[in-house]
Write a protein that binds this ligand. Structure first.
Ligand code: ACO
Length: 324
């Protein structure tokens, strides 16, 4: 029997605390105007001191379970895409499993930074396609605020915290284009390892020494080209054009990068799901948070064709087409 991964539900969670550009500008040599013009970001959510990545992940997962009308007992596999785990080990997914009480699920993390959601989706989809799991809870969850140097205006303005979740279920389908995850396309180039990295080991408390270092210009220049490659691959794979897409849900890194990709493929603004103004860059959580936003407000509906893409540290990048 051949299986495909159908989307059963999604969820999202953002910490209550909001940090605006104006608030940042009180302690940093920056302005609201500069940040908005260069990035599209107006504000970001920041986790409380006691709030861990697993806490955010569990909230998003509960919403997805409720939407899918499933219980934790139904889950066979939990994958958390994160670059900010609760601890270097064990996997944050193990904690999510225990907090949800998903006793029969196997659980592990994957790490591909901002591409984590596309990479994790490929892993989840392959477990389902091979018949090894029937129901996969897949979460992108991050507390990026703990990796920031709050004195570095080139990086700390860009990121926020949050989590988004998808529930995928195996179903047999007459045609590979009829529903579910149609395909995933992944790329890496380790030559750019130093363009975006954390400069030491991480800790979960205020003593964190490892912070994000980034060559912003280099990343920016690579982004439109590499994302364009991934988008083209997804479209070519199914002999589609950008006109066939109902919704374009990009990783929310920088509005100018997203606009560049849209221009290249003539994707109209109305088909774009943009959350960067409110969420900033939440790394592996940004796509599922954006998906959840567009599902909750009624834009993404059953049968719609959704294109996602991401690029991040590594460099890693990729794309996927999902028939909702
Ligand atoms: N406020 C005010 N001025 C600033 C700020 C700030 N927050 N940050 C940088 N500047 C200054 C710089 O110091 C520099 O000043 P100088 O000319 O006097 O030296 C000037 O602005 C221009 O700096 P650049 O770094 O060249 O500015 P740029 O237009 O490239 O914008 C940015 C910077 C927004 C980081 C951009 O390069 C970018 O978005 N790159 C992509 C990075 C990204 O998205 N990373 C996320 C992770 S990877 C991913 O998800 C794709």
């Amino acid at each position: 029997m051949a299986y495909i991964s159908e989307v059963m539900g999604c969820g999202g969670y953002l910490p209550a605390k909001i940090l605006t550009n104006q608030e940042l500008a009180q302690t940093l040599d920056t302005t609201d105007e500069w940040i908005v013009e260069r990035t599209g970001i107006h504000r970001r959510h920041i986790a409380d001191n006691g709030q861990l990545t697993s806490d955010l992940a569990v909230q998003a997962a509960k919403q997805a379970l409720e939407q899918a009308d499933l219980s934790a007992d139904d889950i066979d596999c939990i994958i958390v895409a994160t670059t900010t785990p609760d601890h270097p080990f064990p996997a944050t997914a193990a904690r999510v499993q225990s907090k949800l009480g998903a006793s029969k699920a196997f659980a592990f993390d994957i790490q591909a930074v901002c591409s984590g959601f596309v990479y994790g989706l490929a892993v989840a989809d392959n477990f389902i396609r091979t018949g090894q799991a029937k129901i996969v809870l897949f979460i992108g969850a991050e507390t990026m605020s703990r990796l920031l140097d709050w004195h570095d205006r080139r990086t700390c303005i860009l990121f926020g915290d949050g989590a988004g979740a998808l529930l995928l279920k195996a179903s047999s389908s007459p045609s590979s284009l009829s529903s579910g995850v149609l395909s995933t396309h992944l790329f890496s180039d380790g030559h750019h390892y130093d363009a975006l990295y954390v400069d030491d080991t991480i800790r979960i408390d205020a003593l964190s020494r490892g912070v994000i270092r980034m060559q912003g210009r280099e990343i920016f220049k690579s982004a439109v080209e590499k994302i364009g490659q991934a988008v083209q691959k997804a479209l070519d794979n199914h002999k589609l054009t950008a006109n066939d897409i109902d919704w374009f849900v990009p990783h929310q890194a920088n509005q100018r990068i997203i606009m560049g990709v849209c221009e290249r493929f003539s994707i109209p603004v109305e088909k774009m799901v943009l959350t960067i103004a409110e969420h900033a860059n939440t790394s592996a959580a940004s796509i599922p948070l954006a998906l959840n936003t567009a599902v909750q407000d009624g834009r993404i509906q059953k049968g719609h064709l959704v294109l996602i893409e991401a690029m991040g540290g590594g460099l890693t990048w990729g794309s996927s087409l999902i028939r909702w």
